[in-house]
Design a protein around this ligand. Structure first.
Ligand SMILES: Nc1ncnc2c1ncn2[C@@H]1O[C@H](COP(=O)(O)OP(=O)(O)OP(=O)(O)O)[C@@H](O)[C@H]1O
Ligand SMILES: [Mg+2]
Length: 359
């Protein structure tokens, strides 16, 4: 592994902001640290950068133990949410700044600045000041300032949080492309699951200072290891209930019966999640005799939200709501319509009440 965190912890007063984190990141990997506010993502990134000292544990970069090295001797660069550009310096001067700190010769500085201007499409903007740039251009300059020193790794802390959605999506593609082209690891901190899913090879889900799971993005999304991940990644409907005497069904608290993907111990209290896009809808025209059987929930459409290629349905089911997301190419439903929502047992993610997969 190119970057290794070995039992890294960081204590502030009485709390462990980072708690015994061990993970390895490959040389050409895009890794996201995804977690809610306060989970310890920034602290972990700052520990890798050397801006924060771990209370315990070691950090290795490219085979070298850098735990006691200051930031500028680690060869990694960091990009922040607040772009932190110098307002009274031009784009060129902002880009050249880290190289001047490294005391590189003028010719090499000019060459490297031209290189980042080229790869980040900043040509023509070199003489402008930050307040004469769009948000996306400012973010590119910030990215360029990270890359200009040819770092061994780039650490990014919510770099797109201040951009609007459309620009953010463009920048996601661009950042990912730079990572592949440069062949260095990018470690990307975000609380935005869409960002993490769109760019990463692997995602580390951070919760209360610990890594809840570190896996390929498809595994994080499709096979969440814990209830926390099921709730945090993607959008889903949650049910609680108790496994029936035969061990094959769950009687939920909201009064419905759900067939289980695999048999479980009778009486076991469980929580189940089904992603919005896995909930299938059919008109409830009374012809479906099994319409109120297991895994078929009779609902009424309360609201329809159009999302381009998808329609999000808010469904009234008893005294709760369910959420379904269906492609627009399917039959559309209108507010007030009676529908059957069908949950395929294979699409159910099931956990103990403590959030773990039942053994
Ligand atoms: N310098 C500090 N002194 C005391 N506590 C701190 C310090 N820095 C962070 N913390 C605490 O450590 C925990 C983790 O903070 P951190 O900034 O790493 O979270 P985060 O996941 O980056 O959150 P966000 O998504 O809001 O940026 C929080 O409880 C925070 O209050
Ligand atoms: Mg943070």
């Amino acid at each position: 592994m190119y970057i290794t965190l070995d039992g890294v912890s960081r204590q502030y007063d009485s709390i462990w902001a980072v708690d015994r984190v061990t993970m390895g990141i490959g040389k050409n990997e895009f890794v996201s640290l995804l977690g809610p506010s306060g989970s310890g993502k920034t602290t972990l990134l700052r520990i890798i950068a050397g801006l924060e000292k771990p209370t315990t544990g070691r950090v290795l970069i490219d085979g070298e133990d850098v735990t006691d090295l200051p930031p500028h001797k680690r060869g990694v660069a960091m990009v922040f949410q607040e772009f932190l550009l110098f307002p009274h310096r031009t784009v060129s001067e902002n880009l050249a700044f880290p190289l001047r700190m490294m005391k590189l010769p003028a010719a090499e500085i000019a060459e490297r600045v031209a290189w980042v201007v080229g790869i980040l499409s900043l040509g023509g903007l070199e003489k402008r000041y930050p307040n004469q740039l769009s948000g996306g251009q400012q973010q590119r300059v910030a990215l360029g300032r990270g890359l200009v020193g040819r770092p061994k790794a780039l650490l990014l802390d919510e770099p797109l949080a201040n951009l609007d959605r459309e620009l953010r999506q463009e920048m996601e593609v661009e950042i990912r492309r730079h990572q592949s082209a440069l062949g260095i690891p990018f470690i990307y901190v975000t609380h935005n699951q869409e960002e993490a899913l769109s760019m990463s090879d692997r995602i580390a889900v951070v919760r209360k200072g610990r890594i809840e799971d570190f896996a390929a993005r498809t595994d994080i999304y499709d096979r969440p290891k814990t209830a926390f991940i099921a709730q945090f990644v993607g959008r889903s409907n949650r049910f609680e209930g108790t496994v029936d005497a035969a061990g094959r069904h769950v009687a939920t608290r909201c009064g419905t019966i759900l067939a289980l993907p695999a048999p479980l111990t009778a009486g076991h209290a469980v929580q189940l999640f089904i992603k919005n896009e896995k909930l299938r809808l059919a008109p409830d025209d009374g012809t479906d005799g099994a319409s109120h059987g297991a895994n078929r929930l009779a609902c009424t459409v309360k609201d329809v939200i159009l999302r381009g290629a998808y329609a999000d349905y808010i469904l009234a089911f008893g005294d709760r709501e369910l959420n379904a997301s269906r492609p627009r190419s399917e039959r559309a439903f209108l507010s007030g319509e009676a529908v059957i929502a069908h949950l395929n047992p294979e699409d159910i993610d099931l956990f103990d009440m403590d959030g773990e997969r039942p053994s």
